[in-house]
Write a protein that binds this ligand. Sequence first.
Ligand code: ACO
Length: 348
Amino acid sequence: MNDEKQMNIEIIGTGRALPSKKVSNDDLAARIDTSDEWIRSHTGIGSRYIADEDIACSDLAAEAAKNALAMAAGYTGDDPAERDKAAAEIAGTIDMIVLATATADYFGTPSTACIVQDRICARNAAAMDITAGCTGFVYGLETAAGLLSINSRRKRALVIGAEVLSRMINWEDRGTCVLFGDGAGAVVVEKSGKNSGILQTLLFADGSGSESLVMRRGGTRNPFKKGEVIDTPICVEMNGQEVYNFAVKAITDTVEALMKAGNISIDNIVRIIPHQANARIVQAARRRLHIPAEKFYMNIEEYANTSSATIPIALDELNRSGQIKKGDLILTVGFGGGLTYGGNIIIW
Ligand code: ACO
């Protein structure tokens, strides 16, 4: 039992999946009243990937999961058949799938995690979704780590952040539709005796801000009614200024709290991976924290805000490109709907 407590939860594989269709700011400006200049100067976004109509959350999630599984099995090439073979070798050893999303395949049931479990043939895995907005992946890592730690028979888990936000936004609301993109990221975590892995996680919530970022329709509070004519699909409604102010403070507070909890200084940290909601939010937070820009990893220009997927997509990019190495100390910082926020300290 004591040995069990000393085990670390290590990330042994990462993966990501993006839809093939890339949509630039100029493409959007051809359809709605906006411009590349406005979007870039207010958000740092240059493009986003948008899923075709037949693609749902589980499709992107399963692809990202297979890439992470294949890496965990030792395969990092780009041959799809070899990738699937490698992923299949290890899929049966996964004990738990935790999938964070705000844009599940179905409302309520089944969970998207169960659909992914079937798709990747992880037949021995329990599976569940969690809803924690854009902080979903940070919450998911801690959930998986806790579930692995509490039971000695569980060894490995898949943690996925996956979103098809393009289907849950009002394309006539230029204040929100330019911000989001579709995508998925995944990691395989394993209980190990090594001196690396998730060192510390802090999770926070402030439900008093729940109305500032909300998908108002379709739930038990505001169900669709018989005979109702639906003009706008279920979509994200946001008070941009409120979310902006919350987000800057959430990053600042989380980074400071993580450094204190882990007893680390900024010099120890190789990379901070913030949720990619808006480059201006990250800039404002880093100025308050007096942390050099190069410590923060940013890829929002290419992907826009993919909610729970931004952090695992960034982890996979950094990992596959060799920008993070064994032993590096990394901070993740999430913030989003709920309102939720939090972060992980990871020794890579
Ligand atoms: N193109 C052109 N003009 C626009 C656009 C657009 N896409 N969107 C808004 N505008 C206009 C507005 O109509 C307004 O015009 P007006 O002055 O004539 O009325 C003007 O730009 C300024 O609008 P604001 O809403 O005040 O713009 P602001 O500088 O606050 O930026 C933004 C808006 C980018 C949404 C900002 O508030 C923000 O980043 N908030 C944080 C929200 C966020 O990042 N959410 C992501 C999801 S939540 C999460 O991930 C945590």
